[in-house]
Design a protein. Sequence first.
Length: 309
Amino acid sequence: MVLYLIGLGLHDEKDVTIRGLEAIKGSERVYLEAYTSILGIGKERLESFYGKDIIVADRDMVETDSDAILKDADKVDVAFLVVGDPFGATTHADLLLRADDLEVPYVVIHNASVMNAVGALGLALYNYGQTVSIPFFTDSWRPDSWLERVRENARLGLHTLCLLDIKVKEQSEENLARGRKIYEPPRYMSVPCAISQLLSLLPPSPSASSSSSDDAAPASGVAPAADALDPSTTLAISASRVGHPSQTFVSGTLSELAALDEDAFGGPLHSFVIVGRTFHALERDFARRWAVDRDNWDRVSKEVYAVRD
């Protein structure tokens, strides 16, 4: 008997692999991890398709009551379902370490996740650096450690995938302090919100007009990394609902994306990529199709990113 950690893919109940579906149907208990990401459907559709009752596992259950999930998993098959791929969040690696401690055998069944599906933007996956998660800021909490990873990627010329915060089954500070199990409505960070937070952490940067094509294209053919991440000359591509039929991509400078209405990006979940300086003509042309301003996209690609045909 075994604990199955099963990736569900990115869209709906039919994205599960055949191997994953067989494991679900043969399991005594089926859990759905419901806080690191979400599917575009409710658990009722999963239950109907899989022919199984599903127990929704929130953050508290997974992080503080994992013994309930692992109970008797050495005697019966138990399935733990994860949106995307099982190793998209370190929480799931921790669950397997706990299974090891209890001598519970486990099997991991992989699936597509945003980490590889982002290849749909046309940027070479080999040229991505560290992925960052951008949390919601509050009046008293503005974490910025992730920004240094963005800058490290920029210095290396690498693209940065930015995953945006979601708040599901979260308590307010007051309710948490009072021990009241009252939860806030779900919230999903949008691309404009994330970019606004990013730019709020940056010092004033020089105007894009101060750069010339002569300055921006050194003999090496790669423009120098702009540590300031000048919003008017830093290219980015948003990726919303990746893997869904309604997926939406928008490309432009950080300034252009920040100025758009949230509706321009489609429904959640949102993410975006900050384009690194290892940018070439094929990538430019692929992403131009979704550009806010195609002429500006080409201009910045040439003058700042030193892209040549």
